[in-house]
Design a protein around this ligand. Structure first.
Ligand code: GLC
Length: 610
């Protein structure tokens, strides 16, 4: 911006500030009027290329050169799952963020970047971060306060790395557990999703998005991804499938969490990959504009999902025209050419052509850019574009790990407890800890942990069930670890089994039976007449009807994250279990989708206490 314009620009802002000081508007009104004037003035300065740049989001791993950030004036960068700095530790993340932001401020108009990431159960890409329970476990807590506390702690850990925007909470209402994203949902129950989703948004954002310790939230995925039909999705399964539902049923089951999100002031929305009655949500103007922006009055901006516009039928230029005109304000391109997606250069070229040939009206572009800039302004990004590395000490802090431990305790659902085997004594019994999950924080955390899919092993820093039990018992109490249950004798066995980590379509499964290795370890122990306490790590209720008879006690632990002591707190009675099922537990695969059944193994809301 040249000097004369800068003087004009600043004087307009000063005049408006004076006006507002003596104006009678509310605090919000002052902020809005000043912010709107700032953005309107900036918009007038922008070229078409700069406007297109603001509507473009690229994954930093696919940048051809860091100078592209200032050259194209990207509105946003993201780290997709696993898109980490070379050295994956907190300070390196903050330095990477500042490096990109400094480059963004080299652009002509010096518009700062918004940096987005999937921190869906803690700042889960970052080694050293606190990893909290996935939403399925938070749903079992039935505790909006702990959900808000988890989101607030997560926001602080994200902000500590400079990052401004969390692609969370997921407000899906899962109906068919064959879907690999079931665990990203709080519950099968719309009301519970609405309540806990609202709590999460308040935790991430607080009530004023201009807050250096919080981040922008993202209500996702709009709309109906939890209701798709098996067989209509990717690879003939269910993820990104078709939601065959009347508008009335859509409004009853899937809309309320998003309506509440708008009322809670959520800054952004992310469109859903799925189709609704065979039309892609990313192409659906009725959903993205008529309902979301006009009927619900959403004033923030809508981001597409990862290369999602490419899944709209038609060529790429048609995809761009259709999605932007439908109401997508920012496109997560994200430039993954090596994975067969389109380049950001091609996106911007075709986007510009579409404006020049009138396929995308400039009024639509201006509306989208204004929405994006207004969020950046209201979030304080123009005033505080860089990380505050004094916040780094909050990452993985003891305080946050205590919050996570409380959330884990409250998420445990006790579903069986024959002869009051639980709680276990802290002395006087020889305790065996067995199974693939006993000493495996990767299984304990599930997908979206350090990498997109997560992985077995102990890459994330935390406390396994084995370590938690060892620290819980009295000195001298025997604790023996065995993965397969062989070559041990003892008085009781805690057997930790479950699903290996997965995310999205990689978790779509036609059969939710337990792994044979898990069943074998239980059988080995039972053959030695050792009573077993089964602890299940899973992203959904599994089919256990034929096996649970042999289990003496059973705790559904979901995907609790790094703080395994929350599990031992329940096993030893330091916390009397309060968790309640937020998903009905089916007897067989025939009972899925769950809404069509009624005689479950365990009902929604079920959970025992001592
Ligand atoms: C993924 C997910 C979405 C996530 C985005 C960025 O495909 O659908 O939930 O926020 O891409 O990683």
């Amino acid at each position: 911006m040249n000097n004369m314009r800068l003087i004009y620009f600043k004087s307009v802002t000063v005049l408006l500030l004076i006006f507002n000081l003596f104006g009678c508007e509310s605090v919000e009104g002052k902020a809005d009027a000043t912010d709107i004037a700032f953005v309107d003035s900036l918009l007038k300065e922008m070229t078409v290329d700069e406007k297109i740049g603001q509507m473009t989001q690229v994954d930093r791993q696919f940048l051809n050169d860091i100078s592209d950030i200032s050259k194209y004036g990207f509105g946003s960068l993201l780290s997709g799952g696993g898109s980490t700095p070379k050295i994956n530790e907190p300070k390196a993340w903050a330095e990477m963020y500042d490096l990109y932001q400094r480059e963004a401020l080299q652009s002509r108009l010096k518009i700062p970047l918004l940096y987005g990431i999937d921190a869906v159960h803690g700042h889960n890409n970052v080694i050293g971060a606190t990893i909290f329970p996935h939403n399925i476990g938070l749903g079992a807590t039935r505790d909006a306060k702990i959900v808000e506390a988890v989101a607030k702690a997560t926001a602080l850990e994200i902000a500590a790395t400079g990052i401004d925007w969390d692609f969370a909470p997921c407000l899906t209402v899962p109906n068919d557990y064959r879907w690999g994203r079931t665990y990203e949902g709080f519950s099968e129950d719309t009301e519970l999703v609405t309540e806990l989703g609202n709590a999460a948004i308040l935790g991430y954002q607080s009530t004023n998005i201009n807050n250096p310790n919080r981040v922008l939230a993202c209500a996702k995925h709009f709309i109906g991804d939890g209701g798709t039909s098996f067989g209509t999705g990717l690879n003939g399964k269910i993820d990104r499938g078709n939601l065959a539902l009347s508008e009335e049923a859509l409004r009853k089951t899937h809309l309320p969490p998003f309506k509440k999100a708008v009322e809670s002031g959520v800054a952004t929305f992310m469109a859903a990959y799925n189709t609704w009655n065979d039309l892609k949500c990313h192409a659906n103007k009725y959903l993205l504009t008529d309902i979301l922006k006009e009927e619900l009055g959403f004033k923030g901006f809508v981001v597409s999902d990862w290369a999602a516009i490419e899944e709209i039928p038609g060529n790429y230029k048609a995809d761009i025209i259709t999605s932007i005109n439908a109401g997508i304000d920012m496109v997560m391109v994200p430039g993954a050419v090596k994975f067969g997606n389109e380049s950001y250069e091609k996106f911007m070229k075709l986007f510009k052509e579409s404006i020049e040939d009138g396929s995308i009206p400039m009024t639509r572009v201006n509306d989208a850019v204004k929405r994006i800039l207004l969020i950046k302004k209201q979030a304080g990004l123009f005033d505080r574009p860089f990380s505050d590395q004094q916040l780094l000490s909050h990452i993985g802090s003891q305080k946050h790990r205590e919050i996570a431990r409380e959330a884990v305790r409250k998420s445990m659902v006790l579903l069986k407890n024959n002869n009051n085997l639980l709680p276990l004594p802290k002395n006087g019994k020889k305790i065996i800890v067995a199974g693939r999950g006993a000493n495996n924080i990767g299984m304990q955390s599930g997908g979206w942990t350090i990498s997109w899919q997560g992985e077995m092993g102990n890459k994330a820093e935390g406390t396994s069930v084995l370590d938690a039990i060892k620290s819980a018992v009295d000195p001298g109490t025997s604790v023996q670890f065995t993965e397969d249950g062989k070559d041990v004798q003892g008085d009781v066995a805690v057997v930790v089994i479950g699903e290996e980590p997965y995310a999205e379509m990689e978790g779509d499964r036609e059969d939710l039976s337990l792994d044979k290795k898990d069943l074998d370890v239980i059988k080995t122990l039972k053959n030695k007449n050792i009573p077993v306490v089964v602890v299940l790590f899973s992203g959904r209720p599994m089919i256990i009807t034929d096996q649970i008879e042999q289990w003496d006690s059973f705790v559904a632990a979901w995907l609790p994250g790094t703080e395994g002591q929350g599990i031992s707190d329940v096993l030893f009675g330091d916390y009397n279990p309060t968790g309640k099922l937020s998903f009905s537990w089916p007897k067989s695969m025939d009972q899925l989708p769950i809404s069509k059944a009624d005689d479950y193994l365990f009902d929604f809301g079920y959970g025992l206490s001592y």
